[in-house]
Design a protein. Structure first.
Length: 426
């Protein structure tokens, strides 16, 4: 049996990375949607390499384009531009040997009839870039695309947006939520315990190989994403609805606290993943696949609504988001969030509590939704005291709720951007 050379494996990983980058920037698809099909033929190590290459190239996109600008009289076809971006990141950002990088991307151009005549351009430009790698570290922090940067500037101003972009550029460590909340799990993993109770691993690791994965001792969940369920403060015996529950981190938290949780999500495939996580962690829940706006049941003691949103608070983990979207979905999402808040209130007991949250940086998906909800429902109020849990800093809380940003805890590795509030009826 003929074995594949390391050169062939590297080319396969780069080919997959280029296909992934095309899917995100040209087809406007999320990386998570296309990753399985684009990498299924790769062995695990090359699959991981392709994913890492495209993720870091997306994170450094603005910087790569600045390196390429002086060497392009006009921007080439998108597929060719993406090959150049990957090549620049490998040479400048990952410090790969330029000879192998250049040859690989020239070879990839030759594989497509419509791109083959660009092989000379790719060869010449990447060789020029290889001669000036020292410029890479002097370039500004990569900026978000204008369609997203503009509303964030209006919401926060230049200084905050610059800090957010710096956090995006650094990426994100691995955060976990422990089922028991004890220190034993942290010690077994060599993890830091954050002020809010989440565990953080500073070094990269294969999740399934970590201590406690098979035993269901913990699950992956950003420190900010763990806050809504902690703020909900589920109690044993309570009936709680987790709306839009998949992939299940919040359901796991509620179940681990001893409450009876109904996990609702419209996606059957995402619900399958939630059930797998429940089984791994030996925790019970009632999974329901249904549109939240059509769901009916007896009133619940508490509801957690993690509403569909732009997910702009998760860019440090998902750098494909700014390039797979263009902002056109904003109005529809804002309207859907209104309807879901109103629907959740109809499923809540008179003295119950509703935690509303979004993993978004946009004020329209947080503070503005609260103001609008209070105007629609005169008997509704915001319970700010419920937000004051251990580890939450007082200046994170405003009149409408709790706001986290990627630049918070910068010295610890940051956190996702979230908005969280607690509604109660007066």
């Amino acid at each position: 049996m003929k074995t594949r050379s390391s050169k062939d494996a590297s080319l396969d990983a780069r080919r997959a990375a280029l296909a992934l980058l095309d899917a995100v920037t040209i087809e406007k698809r999320l990386l998570s949607e296309v990753l399985p099909s684009k990498t299924e033929r790769l062995d695990p190590s090359e699959r991981a390499r392709a994913q890492r290459l495209v993720t870091e190239s997306l994170r450094a996109m603005d910087r790569s384009d600045r390196m390429l600008g002086p060497h392009l009289t006009k921007r080439p076809a998108p597929h060719v531009m993406n090959a150049l971006r990957l090549g620049v990141y490998e040479i400048c950002g990952a410090s790969e040997a330029s000879h192998g990088v250049v040859n690989s991307y020239v070879s990839l151009m030759q594989e497509r009839t419509k791109a083959s005549h660009f092989k000379g351009l790719v060869n010449a430009v990447l060789r020029k870039v290889a001669d000036e790698t020292e410029k890479w570290d002097t370039l500004p922090v990569p900026m978000m695309p204008k369609w997203l940067r503009k509303p964030l500037l209006a919401d926060y101003g230049k200084e905050v947006v610059a800090a957010i972009e710096a956090a995006h550029a650094k990426g994100a460590p691995l955060d976990l939520t422990s089922k028991t909340g004890g220190t034993d799990v942290a010690m077994a993993l060599g993890a830091d315990i954050l002020p809010t109770g989440s565990l953080r691993l500073s070094s990269a690791a294969q999740v399934t190989k970590l201590n406690g994965f098979e035993d269901g001792d913990w699950w992956v969940q950003d420190a900010a994403a763990a806050l809504p369920a902690r703020i909900l403060a589920p109690q044993k015996g309570e009936r709680i609805l987790d709306m839009c529950a998949a992939p299940g981190g919040k359901t796991l938290q509620i179940s681990a606290a001893g409450a009876e949780v109904t996990s609702l999500d419209v996606s059957e495939s995402r619900m399958k993943r939630l059930v797998e996580n429940l089984q791994r962690c030996y925790l019970p829940a009632i999974p329901v696949v249904k549109d939240a706006l059509e769901f009916e049941d007896e009133p619940f003691d508490a509801i957690l609504l993690d509403a569909p949103c732009t997910a702009t608070g998760t860019i440090r983990r998902h750098p494909d988001l700014p390039y797979s979207k263009d902002g056109s979905e904003f109005p529809g999402l804002f309207e859907l969030q209104e309807h879901m808040i109103d629907r959740a209130l109809t499923l809540l007991k008179p003295n119950g509590r509703l935690v509303y949250c979004t993993c978004s940086l946009l004020i329209d998906e947080g503070e503005e939704q609260v103001r609008d909800a209070l105007a629609r429902h005169p008997d509704l109020r915001v319970d700010l005291d419920a937000l004051k849990i251990s580890g939450v800093e007082t200046d994170w809380i405003g009149p409408e709720g709790l706001r986290t940003r990627p630049d918070f805890w910068a010295e610890r590795g940051g956190m996702d951007g979230f908005f969280i509030t607690v509604f109660r009826r007066s």
